[in-house]
Design a protein around this ligand. Sequence first.
Ligand SMILES: Nc1ncnc2c1ncn2[C@@H]1O[C@H](COP(=O)(O)OP(=O)(O)OP(=O)(O)O)[C@@H](O)[C@H]1O
Length: 310
Amino acid sequence: MIEILNLTKQYGSFTALNHLNLTIDKGTVFGFVGPNGAGKSTTFSILATLLAPSSGTAYINGFDVTKDPKQVRKHIGYVPDFFGVYDQFKVHEYLDFYGASYHIPSAERKTIIPQLLELVNLTDKTDAYVDLLSRGMKQRLCLARALIHDPEVLILDEPASGLDPRARVEMRGILRELKNMDKTIIISSHILPELSELCDELGVIENGQLIANGNVNQIESQLQAQKVLLVTVHEKVEQAISFFEDDPNVLEIDRSEQDAQQLQLSYQGTDDEQVALLKKAVGNGIPILTLSQKQTNLEDIFMEITKGGE
Ligand SMILES: Nc1ncnc2c1ncn2[C@@H]1O[C@H](COP(=O)(O)OP(=O)(O)OP(=O)(O)O)[C@@H](O)[C@H]1O
């Protein structure tokens, strides 16, 4: 379990994290999403006990990251966004080195390492030199390294960044397996759809503050206070625009770039009000060809909830 309490980090006069509060229950896969510079890596570095907060703190399985870093490290596996690998090592030697650093007895390491390599699909690379692995393979090796002491909590900073689509799918498969092993996982990305499928819960961070938190549906419903109606009219586009502009529930009208006859209405009315509006439009002679509601995808949601930071 991860508890973040009023976590604040100042770099000089710059506030990178501003009273962040978050609780992640055991066994949850939590996606931490935010634009570049939002404060994700800063949060993760603090959780990994590598950076001291300016104020506030965080607990991992009840251990305070500022007061009890040694205990915390036993309970976490951390994959940073940039990592180095010791290039003179072969894959199995690399894992063995880290296993020894965690004081795992040699006999045990001999059992664990093949299991980990199987988990991250690197069994056939056991004798390969680490520096000759592809980026995706290095990323998976780094994940195996983070798992060597069987931590309950995994802190994964952008584990899918820079991977091609196939490698991303592979990474997702591995994370799913880890979820099935009941690990608590916090994983960051600036790509919301990448996380949505995998995560039980999401938190959106911007300018060091949590601006949305919950499951995908909860985050979606925050946005759905405003739906987007797509209205295609047969000619008379200007007439349609001035008609819809008069409705107080229509907040904004955009014209589609692809289709000059299509209007996109940001609409905040209820379903009943929407029915009444359409009835009135038809009654007023607006030649409506089609009407539909734009399906908001997670990319739209992300753009919407982070647009304050533009
Ligand atoms: N050592 C540092 N000194 C000064 N400012 C820093 C330092 N580290 C990070 N920052 C600033 O703090 C803010 C948060 O950075 P952080 O790396 O936590 O963001 P992020 O959400 O992980 O971004 P990205 O998605 O680009 O990795 C950024 O504005 C960054 O420039």
